[in-house]
Each structure stands twice: as C-alpha cells, then as structure tokens.
Design a protein around this ligand. Structure first.
Ligand SMILES: Nc1ncnc2c1ncn2[C@@H]1O[C@H](COP(=O)(O)OP(=O)(O)O)[C@@H](O)[C@H]1O
Ligand SMILES: [Mg+2]
Length: 323
C-alpha cells in the first residue's frame, strides 16, 4: 500500500488564554485539539463533521501548515510539516490547495477574475506566459462559468459564481489535495447543490484527495466517502460514510444523526446536556456528561480511538451495537 498523503500522530493544539486585567495574569490552556489520529490516503474524500468549536478549522490549519502542532506530528507523505525546507514548502503550497470559508473576502476586489486565476499559475511557473490566457479560460470553463466573466471583478459576481472562482483558483495550481472549510455554508440550496456537484465531479475525475469541513451531515454524505466525527478536539468516530450513517457506533454520532437526519438541516449545538469547556476537559470520556448510555467507567477512563472493524474506529468504552 502507498504511503498516506497525511498522517496525524497524536496531534495536540492548545492556545494560551491570558487572564484579563492586571489583577488576573494567570494563563490557562484551551485544548482545541487533543490527541488527534488520522490517516488520509490518496484519493480519499473525507468529511470532518462536528459541532461548532469541535476543532475542525484548527485541524485544517494544522494540516495546511499554517499553525504548528503543540504536540504530536503532522506528516505530509513521510515528511514532518514542521521540518520542510524552502523547496519542500513551495512544493507543498502547490500540491495542497485551500478553499477559504469566505471566498469573496479571500479575493482582491481590485483584481479581475482572469488575473486572480493567473496568479497561482505564474507563481508556480506552471506554463509559459503566452499559454496562461488559454489555461485560465480552461479553468473557468471547468467550473462551469462563461468566459465573459474573465474581465469582471469579484464584486460583480454572485455568491455562487464567487465560490466557483475560488474552486477554479484552487485548481489552478493543479493540486493533489484540496481542503475546504464550510465552502457551501450560507449558499441557497440550489447553488449549494451545484457547487457540491462540481466538487464531487472534480474529485472523481481527477482523483483529488479532499478534506471537507462541514457541520452538515447531509453535505458530508453527498460529497465524501469517509467521515470523521470530531467532539471537543478529538476524533470520536471515523469510517466509511455509509457505515457511519447506517450503523453509528459512537453515542455522539448516533445523537447527531437522530437530531439532524435531513440533508438540508444544518447541525446546531442543540443536543441535550452541557458541552464541557475545552479549557477544563473532564476526566474520563469527554462525552460522558451528555451521553445517554453513560456508565461509571466512562467518568474515569478516557477512551482512545480504537479499531472496531477494518477501517472503522471509535473512541468509546461501550460502542453502540446495531439498533
Ligand atoms: N487562535 C485561537 N485562540 C484561542 N482559542 C482558539 C483559537 N482558535 C480556535 N480556538 C478555540 O479552539 C476551539 C476549536 O475551534 P475551531 O477549530 O474553530 O472549531 P470549529 O471549526 O469546529 O468550529 C474553540 O473552542 C475555539 O474557541
Ligand atoms: Mg470552523
């Protein structure tokens, strides 16, 4: 088997919270990620799902090398992201693309679409100068936008068009991996479906590896072959999409599915019980306080992510058995 594209080995990310005011200088640690283990294989399409604050964006920032892990290691292929030299970093920047949550805000409003798309091609020296225009036109066509938009500015485009341009820009560098953070959130349902279709076709045609953050299980199941469920900075369950949706083994995943079974209903933090603070994680299982099947052992032992079946893992002392 090939090396994984990404391997996360017990990754932690904590933030120092400083007390406010001169009288309170104590600092506390917020654990945004706490012992994350993940392997991404070439061609995988992985959805990261979880309630707001579960650490999804932090996880992607670490995988993009935008922030270092506080502990543990993030490997790209066999190389630790924290140890890439300048040439490796440049290659990484071409091979791993990111689609921003705020597509419009990520574009210079004074640049024409043609120049926005040409920029990564030039930066990575992907073709001769006289070939750039044709490449840019082909990119726009690939995301289903008319060539007439090339001379427009981002402010003149609709929300759906801007997302497509953002996808085209991510594709411009011919990446092997695309990461996207809530890339369809806030779009109306029909535009959302168009953008999702586009991403799905691109992954299938080009074998691109995709990491897609969403709080919407419907979106996750439509787009991705695998799902990893995050809860308070830890992956609590992961596996093939069908298996996760049909036979969730973690009580948290099951609760999510029961609460939000429909495609277009976004996930809100409305499960019963209290979400503990990532500043003061409870001893034992972090889901114990909300878990409908909690047992005494759960409050003492913090379960680690363990293989249940082939490519199926769960962090629960008493996994749900088939309903
Ligand atoms: N730069 C930061 N400083 C302090 N806390 C942060 C920072 N970034 C994220 N957090 C905290 O880390 C946790 C995870 O955040 P995030 O990764 O944005 O979650 P998600 O994307 O799943 O909503 C949250 O409790 C958030 O408040
Ligand atoms: Mg986020």
């Amino acid at each position: 088997m090939q090396d994984p594209v990404f391997s996360l080995l017990d990754v932690e990310r904590s933030y120092e919270l400083r007390g406010s005011g001169w009288f309170n200088r104590s600092s506390r640690q917020l654990k945004a990620l706490d012992g994350v283990r993940l392997e991404l294989q070439r061609g995988d399409t992985l959805a990261l799902v979880g309630e707001s604050g579960s650490g999804k964006s932090t996880l992607i920032r670490l995988m993009l090398g935008l922030e270092p892990a506080s502990d543990g290691r993030v490997l790209y292929g066999q190389r630790d992201l924290a140890q890439l030299d300048a040439a490796e970093r440049k290659r990484f920047a071409r091979e791993v693309a990111f689609i921003y949550q705020n597509a419009r805000g990520s574009m210079n409003p004074r640049m024409r679409i043609a120049d926005i798309l040409a920029e990564p091609i030039r930066l990575h020296g992907l073709c001769a100068e006289h070939e750039i225009a044709a490449r840019v036109a082909a990119l726009l066509d690939r995301v289903g936008l008319p060539a007439g938009l090339l001379q427009r500015f981002p402010g003149e485009l609709s929300g759906g068009q801007v997302r497509r341009v953002a996808i085209a820009r991510a594709l411009a560098a011919e990446p092997e991996v695309i990461m996207a953070d809530e890339s369809v959130a806030g779009l109306d349902v029909s535009v959302q479906a168009q953008v999702l279709n586009l991403l799905r076709d691109l992954c299938r045609e080009s074998g691109i590896t995709l990491v897609f953050i969403t709080h919407d299980l419907g979106v996750a199941s439509y787009l991705c072959d695998k799902i990893a469920v995050l809860y308070l900075g830890r992956i609590v369950e992961q596996g093939p999409t069908d298996a996760i949706l049909n036979t969730p083994r973690h009580p948290y995943t099951r609760a999510l599915l029961q609460a939000f079974p429909r495609f277009d209903v976004p996930l809100k933090a409305s499960l019963s019980g209290e979400i503990p603070s990532p500043v003061n994680l409870p001893q034992g299982c972090r889901f114990a306080g909300r878990c409908p099947q909690v047992q005494a052992a759960c409050r003492a032992t913090d379960p680690s992510l363990t293989a249940l079946e082939a490519d199926r893992q769960v962090a629960c002392l008493f996994p749900v058995t088939a309903a």
